[in-house]
Design a protein around this ligand. Sequence first.
Ligand code: HEC
Length: 200
Amino acid sequence: MSDTTPAWASSTTWKKVAIWVTAGSFVVLILLTFDSLSKTSPGAGKVPAYAVINKEIDYRMDAGKKHFMPVIGKDAPLFGKALSEGEAEALVALGKKTVQAKNCINCHTILGNGAYYAPDLTRAWLDPNWRSPAEREALMLAFLKDPKTNAVTFTSGRRMPRLGITDEEARGVVAFLKWMSAIDTNGFPHNFKTIHHQED
Ligand code: HEC
């Protein structure tokens, strides 16, 4: 390469540019990873700590944000027993593993991901079809273990099959669904009327 080659035409310049752009993107990617983790780790940002399952949860329009937001209310322990953060995490984890093992997203969407055969489960805990907060836990457990016999009308006109879920797994799934209903999803799903609105 002769000394008269202008900088823009020199392969050395472009090699340097490529190296700096790659290195710069790598740094940005690392910063974004930490930023996402700070927003999506339980107890930080948009995702609640697992012990939120000890509280009443609702989902209402937030006038300031102009979209629906989870609202954490008074004490309302799941299955009548307040759990420590560790106990709550173990129960929610069992539910999440059950949801993965039984492949619920083969039919349902969860946080918008999955199939469109059955209703989205993001706010299933708050679905008014569970009649009332007092009846809900028992109805959900019975439905999950045996959806055919304990069908509740979810207006889909479709039926969920029996998936061989044990008592403990069903309790885990209910805990997982309750915890998920408290995740701030930037207003997804929009205009979801919860079980509490029925009481208003
Ligand atoms: C083969 C498809 C299929 C699979 C797999 C499936 N479901 Fe369902 N599920 C349905 C259908 C269909 C309905 C709606 C029933 C109705 O309208 O009566 C439903 C309804 C529900 C509801 C009530 C929805 C609401 O709005 O409250 C919950 C909760 C639920 N399923 C949880 C689960 C969980 C948890 C799993 C995995 C362990 C699962 N489902 C796996 C088909 C399925």
